[in-house]
Design a protein around this ligand. Structure first.
Ligand SMILES: Cc1cc2nc3c(=O)[nH]c(=O)nc-3n(C[C@H](O)[C@H](O)[C@H](O)COP(=O)(O)OP(=O)(O)OC[C@H]3O[C@@H](n4cnc5c(N)ncnc54)[C@H](O)[C@@H]3O)c2cc1C
Length: 501
């Protein structure tokens, strides 16, 4: 091997992003790299970010995490999807669940039959054809890799977890795999005068830590990528104008739900994330349309249990770094950009950034074409997720000024085209390897009352009786295994309950 191989990697920051990077690099390249992570207890971590999507299970596999041990250590619970309340119109609700819905037939997706079935009064609510939604609505959970009939997928799931416990869990895991942690506040970043590359960081103690590749996981401040390299930020607040969140944990009330809740309010929305020891809550809102006091009052009026701490405010600006990788610095997590947590995508974007970094792993030459290719892919990933999140806002029929504003704003062309195509034809096409699948888009479009003018002509191949039979059989087949599942709480109690605090 050439001697231009990178040996010293420095990760700046020990939040979710930093420790995920340390865990993944130590698991996959630990025999080639010296991995050092610097974090400051005085600064701390953002401490939110507690809902995930199923891809995190791939990450757990990659870094050799035992799922039950991980849930136990993080007071975690299982997530089958998200329930959206009041998003289309006040009083309405729908779910965006993971996994398959119905069954495709003769080259076309299930939902084309469902659209025809709805028109003809033959189809029930979409969720009745989803194993995930049927289980979620019944408060049940089980690990069901395939539907017992062998034809349909099983239950697709992700997790809710306590963000601080997750960082602690990943830290122990990474240290066992050889990553070295240094506690201390970075007070200076030192650059090579010729190349501009970051050569070392200096801690408050005076210690200087050098490296060849720096991974900036320092949170919103972007200590290396922005404060040092001045990379720049692509601002998306004209499309996603929410700019603050008030967060408060509360005591649990009733059995813990196997899904996240997202409840729209007059100028934003509220999350409810059930954990074993508490519920995480937050109100994301737009400060142009609502004061912080009012947002706090709405949150405290609508949480279900007793608050366990004072509410705290987090400010943000939606958008992404102009380049996630600049010189010898790769930004991950909040240092790389921010999309609000409506579809729990930030932790996924960390995972995605790490996976792409491993596949584009550089040598000390830092080939510009490699860096540019990485940046193009990251920008694409961000933009497609951005469009999906904007869809939730823009497809509303509510009457408050904030909701009128987001309904009437000009959309990114990519999103506008997708919505128009769906309205005109009932078709949705997933582009390249964008994160959200057609069925995810369909659930949100339909849930928020975007009704297509037509459906695929192949759905007319079935007679009316055949269609009724197909839809009824599917409903029965899907409901059957759910009746045999334990409740979510029972499942946790038997497999992965955290020890009593
Ligand atoms: C309101 C809100 C809700 C969210 N909800 C979700 C969700 O449900 N699902 C999801 O996937 N994501 C969510 N996210 C995003 C998620 O929280 C983050 O992606 C994730 O926590 C990663 O954060 P981070 O590690 O980048 O930053 P941080 O947690 O802020 O960590 C930064 C680290 O850098 C260190 N640091 C900074 N400066 C210095 C310095 N000078 N010297 C030494 N160390 C330093 C800090 O000590 C800390 O260790 C949410 C975000 C917000 C704001």
């Amino acid at each position: 091997m050439s001697d231009s191989r990178i040996r010293d990697v420095v990760i700046v920051g020990g939040g979710t992003a930093g420790w995920m990077a340390a865990a993944a690099l130590s698991a996959t390249m630990g025999d080639q790299l010296r991995i050092r992570l610097i974090e400051s207890d005085e600064i701390g971590i953002v401490g939110v970010g507690e809902a995930t999507i199923p891809a995190i299970r791939l990450f757990n596999g990659l870094v050799h995490i035992d799922e039950d041990e991980f849930i136990r250590a993080t007071q975690g619970s299982f997530k089958l999807g998200i329930e959206f309340q009041n998003w289309g119109r006040i009083g309405e609700s729908y779910m965006h669940v993971f996994g398959q819905i119905g069954q495709s037939l003769d080259l076309i997706e299930f939902w084309q039959y469902w659209l025809r079935g709805r028109r003809e009064g033959l189809a029930g609510p979409l969720g009745e054809y989803s194993l995930n939604e049927t289980a979620a609505r019944a408060g049940k959970f089980g690990r069901v890799p395939r539907h017992p009939n062998g034809q349909l997928d099983g239950i697709a799931y992700a997790f809710h977890f306590d963000a601080s416990l997750y960082a602690r869990f990943l830290r122990a895991h990474s240290e066992r795999q050889g990553a070295v942690r240094t506690e201390g506040k970075i007070v200076a970043v030192n650059r090579d005068p010729e190349t501009g590359f970051v050569r070392s960081v200096t801690l408050e103690s005076g210690e200087e830590i050098g490296g060849e590749l720096f991974i900036d996981c320092s949170g919103f401040r972007g200590l290396l990528i922005e404060q040092t390299l001045e990379t720049g930020y692509v601002d998306w607040s004209h499309w996603l104008p929410s700019d603050r969140a008030i967060a408060v944990p509360t005591a649990n009330v009733g059995p813990i739900r196997p899904f996240t809740q997202s409840i729209a309010h007059p100028a934003g929305w509220q999350w409810r994330i059930p954990l074993q020891h508490r519920t995480g809550n937050g109100h994301v809102f737009c400060s142009q349309f609502m004061s912080e006091d009012e947002a706090t009052r709405i949150l405290l009026d609508t949480v279900e249990g007793e608050p366990l701490a004072d509410p705290r405010t987090i400010r943000f600006q939606t958008g992404m770094r102009r380049k996630a990788w600049n010189g010898n610095v790769v930004a991950l997590g909040l240092a790389s950009g921010f999309l609000e947590p409506l579809e729990s995508t930030s932790i996924h974007l960390v995972q995605n950034g790490i996976a792409r970094l491993i596949s584009h792993f550089p040598d000390r030459g830092f080939a510009p074409t490699n860096v540019e290719a990485y940046n193009r892919r990251i920008a694409y990933d961000y933009e497609r997720i951005r469009d999906f999140i904007i869809l939730h806002y823009t497809a509303n029929q509510r009457d408050e000024p904030f909701w009128r504003h987001v309904r009437e704003m000009e959309l990114p062309a990519t999103l506008r085209d997708k919505i128009e195509l769906f309205r005109a034809t009932g078709r949705i096409f997933r582009e390249q390897d964008e994160l959200f699948t057609e069925v995810g888009w369909f659930q949100v479009l339909t849930g928020q009352n975007v009704v297509p003018e037509t459906y695929h002509p192949l759905a007319d191949q079935l007679t009316r009786d055949e269609l009724a039979g197909f839809l009824n059989d599917l409903r029965t087949i899907i409901a059957a295994p759910v009746s045999r599942l334990p409740s979510h709480a029972e499942f946790i109690a038997h497999t992965c309950a955290a020890p009593a605090a």
